[in-house]
Design a protein. Structure first.
Ligand code: PEP
Length: 253
């Protein structure tokens, strides 16, 4: 089954509006001939409408890094799925480990956010991953099972048709430590069969599973060569257009 690779850049809390637009436009020029890979960048909420407007005629998609699950109301400081959609988002990254670690994100809030994203026609990118301690305690698969099952609870495969899963071992994010090919291969195969068990073979075969965690131009080709890896979620190395394009053009490396 063919799954077009998705290379997504998570810009985290970096770049002012003008800086984000400048990088986005640099990237747009570098991506003009890209047809075999889908490219997405997720700037901050503030930069989102500026970047989405700047890229409106390009082949680069825009996403958000988070959202709140209520539609509207007295929720000071929060932004709804609908608002991010109206600002130009097509994708929504949900459950990133930094949100789980620093902002109290739980599988329950993740599942509510996935539902809110789907209701607003956003494509959810569900982030999952184990900590170093959990891996050392041989809990990797049970943690991933729980994060996926609870995060997608109550949703049908029709509702999840645009779901993207991103496996991001917490110990590999922003640390320069990348999971080994064997580790990534083992987990991605596990996730593929988990999706089959939870939904169907057809659904599992269609759903893209990204790897994230210190992806850079030096390791991307090897990672993308793994059978069940359908793309990458890239943090640090996506902030610079020249560096990010080398990851996007991993086939040419
Ligand atoms: C991320 O933010 O999802 C990520 C994988 O970051 P980095 O590439 O910097 O490890």
């Amino acid at each position: 089954m063919s799954r077009i690779p998705l290379i997504a850049g998570n810009w985290k809390m970096y770049k002012t509006g003008p800086e984000a637009v400048e990088t986005a436009l640099d990237l747009e020029k570098l991506c003009l001939d890209i047809t075999d890979v889908e490219v997405m960048i997720a700037p901050t909420y503030l930069s989102l409408p500026l970047v989405a407007t700047a890229l409106r005629d390009s082949n680069i998609k825009v996403g958000v890094q988070n959202l709140y699950f209520e539609e509207q109301g007295a929720f000071t400081g929060e932004v709804s799925a609908q608002m991010t959609k109206a600002a130009g988002a097509e994708y929504a990254i949900i459950g990133h480990s930094e949100r789980r670690q620093y902002f109290g994100e739980t599988d329950l809030s993740v599942s509510k956010k996935i539902k809110a994203a789907i209701q607003s026609n956003l494509k959810p990118v569900l982030c999952i991953g184990e900590t170093e301690a959990q891996r050392d305690e041989q809990k990797t698969f049970s943690i991933l099972d729980k994060q996926v099952s609870n995060g997608l609870k109550g949703l049908s495969f029709d509702e999840l048709e645009n779901l993207v899963l991103a496996y991001e071992p917490v110990w590999a994010i922003g640390t320069g430590k990348t999971a080994s090919v064997d580790q990534v291969d083992e987990v991605h195969q596990y996730l593929r069969s988990l999706l089959e068990k939870l939904f169907s073979k057809d659904f599992s075969g269609k759903t893209r599973i990204l790897y994230g965690g210190s992806v850079n131009p030096d390791n991307v080709k090897e990672l993308m060569g793994i059978k069940d890896v359908d793309g990458a979620l890239v943090g640090g190395a996506s902030l610079d257009a020249e560096k990010f394009i080398n990851i996007i053009k991993y086939r040419d490396l």
